[in-house]
Design a protein around this ligand. Structure first.
Ligand code: HEC
Ligand code: HEC
Length: 395
């Protein structure tokens, strides 16, 4: 249940390789990675239960339906249970932290820190990611090519030791006992998992419920979405910024592409899952493209030199709220992010850098336009939706 995560994930990687890294500076892993190759990667080839007819997704206009694993169909009861678990501090060793401590609704489900801090104050090497639209992410965390499902991902913060996040390693039974002691759970678990009458409360059902809740954290009701739906709502400045964003000059849209502004994407109706990792030239410690040791992106899985510094392009929805930026929170503001790209990368001479990060001219006013456009991606309904909020504070 709780092997050191690098070792466990390495095992997965050894069976699949890290996919193909093309020579063009991008790593596109597993274009065409279908369910059967997933099986070969050591994931359960459980397939997907995409038709869960009774579940009302209530998706924003134009949004595709997310994939759902066959063994974890969606239900209202499961999502409600998952919400309680997501915000329950009893999921951490000293009962101080929940998932929601590092993934706060008001910050589009990130934490406002450069790098995350766990229940025992251990500092993570990476920045907590926003969870909006995580149901569409084809691979999870900043640079892991073999972690596609939310059910498995939840085990990392719960039981990981490097670093400790919730710190429940070796305390599985204690965790189960704590859940049994909460009368609400004694009610909610059997309702959510009627197929498990003997043992409805388990680590398996716990992670399934959390994953089902996470799949409902969907963000697509920003002013930009209203504009796409035909509402003449964006200001002249935002429209100018949109043009910069989608221009061949700035190239933002090449990697932050599609309805979720990310090119690591999967959903119903898409013939294959897109998985991509890019080096934006944040570091070059030795003139040969070195990134800080241990935080080298895809390289930490593949061992391939050309994968040093390759990370997933995160969604830019709600990006105004998710500062500081990048995998290690090393850029504080959107203005500085744009400066980084305009310079062709903060470490522009990085030889592994993507061919889409070559630098470009941008005036001060265009920079403000682009920032204004990114602001139009903020979805206020996400931040206030009571169905996504902490149910325990109301008690
Ligand atoms: C101590 C802070 C912390 C806690 C607690 C925490 N997370 Fe995270 N979360 C992070 C960090 C940091 C990352 C990025 C990890 C990486 O790239 O290695 C992350 C990444 C994720 C991702 C990947 C998102 C994406 O877009 O790929 C998901 C999903 C997630 N967390 C869910 C959870 C769940 C569920 C819980 C509770 C069981 C949880 N987190 C608890 C800090 C935290
Ligand atoms: C080559 C692909 C690529 C291009 C082109 C690109 N990005 Fe990115 N973007 C990424 C990747 C990969 C990351 C994460 C990098 C890291 O943390 O090391 C990122 C991170 C970001 C972040 C930080 C998000 C967060 O939550 O931390 C912002 C903001 C951003 N990009 C905006 C832009 C803008 C604006 C442009 C155009 C000027 C742009 N990007 C062009 C791939 C790209």
């Amino acid at each position: 249940m709780s092997p050191p995560r690098h070792r466990a994930l390495w095992l997965l990687v050894l069976t699949i390789g890290a996919g193909c890294s093309s020579e063009d500076g991008e790593a596109h892993v597993g274009a065409g990675l279908d369910e059967s190759t997933r099986g070969a990667a050591g994931q359960e080839a459980t397939g997907r239960a995409d038709a869960t007819p009774s579940f009302e997704w209530n998706l924003p206009e134009g949004f595709p339906q997310p994939h759902v694993p066959a063994d974890n169909p969606m239900s209202e009861a499961k999502v409600e249970l998952g919400r309680h678990l997501f915000y329950d501090t009893r999921l951490s060793v000293n009962e101080t932290q929940s998932c929601g401590s590092c993934h706060e609704q008001k910050l589009a489900f990130t934490d406002g820190r450069a790098v995350a801090k766990g229940a025992t104050d251990e500092v993570h090497i990476r920045s907590a990611m926003g969870l909006a639209n995580v149901a569409y992410a084809s691979t999870l965390t900043w640079a892991n090519p073999v972690l596609p499902d939310l059910e498995r991902q939840a085990l990392i913060p719960l039981f990981g030791e490097d670093p400790v996040e919730l710190g429940m390693v070796g305390r599985e039974q204690e965790l189960i006992d704590r859940l049994h002691a909460e009368p609400l759970y004694v009610e909610l678990f059997p309702e959510a998992f009627p197929e498990e009458p003997d043992e409805p409360i388990s680590i398996d059902t716990l992670t399934k419920a959390i994953a089902a809740f996470e799949r409902t954290i969907i963000s697509g009701r920003s002013r930009y979405d209203d504009y796409l739906a035909g509402d003449d709502i964006l200001s002249a400045q935002e429209l100018r910024g949109m043009e910069v964003f989608f221009s061949e000059r700035a190239e933002c849209f090449h990697c932050h592409s599609g309805f979720n502004f990310s090119d690591s994407i999967m959903h119903l109706g898409k013939p294959f899952d897109e998985v991509a990792f890019h080096n934006t030239g944040l570091y070059d410690e030795d003139g040969q493209g070195a990134y800080p040791a241990g935080n080298e992106g895809l390289y930490n899985f593949s061992g391939e030199q050309r994968d040093v510094g390759r990370f997933k392009a995160p969604s830019l929805r709600n990006v105004t709220l998710t500062a500081p930026y990048m995998h290690d929170g090393s850029i504080e503001t959107l203005e500085q992010v744009i400066d980084h790209y305009a310079a062709g990368g903060r470490a522009a001479r990085n030889p592994n850098k993507s061919e889409f990060v070559t630098g470009f001219e941008i005036s001060e006013s265009e920079k403000q336009d682009l920032i204004a456009f990114l602001g139009a991606l903020t979805d206020e309904t996400l931040l206030e939706d009571p169905r996504l909020s902490d149910p325990w504070t109301a008690r």
